[in-house]
Design a protein around this ligand. Structure first.
Ligand SMILES: Nc1ncnc2c1ncn2[C@@H]1O[C@H](COP(=O)(O)OP(=O)(O)OP(=O)(O)O)[C@@H](O)[C@H]1O
Ligand SMILES: [Mg+2]
Length: 184
């Protein structure tokens, strides 16, 4: 299986954007000590009622109109099941949704993290006004990216200028790389 965790996470981020979120917090904990990779996406989108949230991770549950199956959550749940992990959704209508996946880092089926900078960039590109935060932690280091902080620094320049988007992607990937290098 060639897909990496970033490919799973982008599905969850795009769900948040589709749900009209103006604010998204992506947390990634990558811990050797605890042997865990924990990913959570928290949004302030339209949320789901209890029944929808309960069924959301089934492949046959979707609010899509174009086809009858929705796979984003089902795939992530499947990954958790095969990597000794835990998958959780909590959601409140009109308030927002939190999706959390914890998997065993050393499990043989646990994929690579992949290009986190790229998927953060894609989320910002999908909604220029999005208040997007990434919190990355390992055992020793923590790296935080906030689109609102960058916006302040840029003083009116749009985040979805191509050079800015590419800078964001590199900045995030550098931050994660640095945190990993310092975690030995
Ligand atoms: N963050 C969210 N906020 C509100 N509803 C959500 C959220 N994430 C998922 N849902 C609901 O759960 C359903 C299933 O999501 P899932 O990602 O599995 O499939 P999909 O988005 O419908 O289709 P696909 O991901 O395959 O394009 C969605 O159709 C939507 O109704
Ligand atoms: Mg989806």
């Amino acid at each position: 299986m060639m897909e990496d965790l970033a490919m799973h996470i982008i599905e969850i981020l795009m769900n948040s954007i589709a749900a009209g979120a103006s604010k998204i917090l992506l947390k990634i904990k990558n811990s050797i000590k605890e042997d865990i990779i924990e990913i959570s996406v928290e949004d302030n989108g339209k949320g789901m009622n209890e029944e929808t949230a309960k069924k959301a991770a089934s492949p046959f549950s979707t609010s899509r109109k174009t086809r009858k199956i929705g796979m984003g959550l089902a795939f992530l749940k499947g990954l958790c099941d095969s990597c000794n992990g835990i998958f959780e959704i909590s959601s409140e209508e009109g308030i927002g949704t939190k999706v959390k996946a914890s998997i065993q880092k050393s499990h043989i089926d646990t994929p690579e993290l992949g290009d986190i900078g790229e998927i953060c960039m894609s989320s910002i590109q999908a909604n220029e006004d999005l208040d997007f935060t990434l919190e990355y932690n390992n055992d020793k280091e923590s790296f935080i990216f906030s689109s609102n902080e960058i916006k302040k620094e840029l003083d009116g320049v749009s985040l979805i200028e191509p050079e800015i988007l590419l800078w964001i992607k590199d900045y995030i990937n550098q931050g994660i790389k640095q945190a990993e290098e310092d975690n030995v």
